[in-house]
Design a protein around this ligand. Structure first.
Ligand SMILES: [Fe+2]
Ligand SMILES: [Fe+2]
Length: 168
């Protein structure tokens, strides 16, 4: 609430409560809060393993990653088009209505990776994208700790690969 309370209290987020989501969370608002919870657990795991990750960017991008679905033009479109357009529309809403910074905008734009999206380009964006997947995998009843560690290891591998390539 400290990092994203203004988002949760907004009229836009209230609208997200009316938009259904296929996961067990049931609507976009609850799914986004669940995503933020997983993303914070992944962030804690990464911090314990020596990575510096912006918690404010992770939480705000998580809360807003599916906010594009609240636009009727997106919500009422066919599912394939919706999957393609909601990250772009959501990034615009995040920037205009919630002052999202570049990291948050990029995380929202790329959260659907590997579907219709290039890979995320920051640890924060990876945390949001993988936390989003956790919500679906969670329904397969895997343990949260194992799930978070698996996602964290994936981000660490990406981080070490990209930092190594920067030094070459
Ligand atoms: Fe999404
Ligand atoms: Fe999502």
């Amino acid at each position: 609430m400290e990092l994203g309370g203004d988002i949760v209290a907004s009229a836009r987020f209230a609208r997200a409560k009316q938009v259904p989501h296929h996961s067990k969370s049931g609507n976009i608002a609850l799914h986004s809060m669940e995503t933020a919870g997983y993303a914070l657990l992944i962030t804690e795991w990464l911090e314990e393993h020596g990575l510096s990750v912006s918690r404010v960017d992770v939480v705000r991008a998580s809360l807003l990653h599916d906010i594009g679905m609240t636009e009727p033009s997106v919500f009422n479109s066919p599912s394939r088009k919706k999957a393609f357009s909601h990250p772009r529309v959501g990034a615009c809403i995040a920037e205009k209505e919630f002052g999202a910074n570049e990291t948050q905008v990029e995380a929202i734009r790329h959260h659907m990776f590997p579907v219709f999206s290039m890979p995320p380009r920051s640890a924060e964006a990876w945390a949001v994208s993988l936390a989003d997947k956790c919500c679906s995998i969670n329904e397969a009843r895997l343990g949260t700790g194992r799930l978070v560690a698996a996602m964290g290891r994936r981000i660490l591998r990406w981080y070490h690969r990209t930092t190594r390539s920067h030094h070459c």
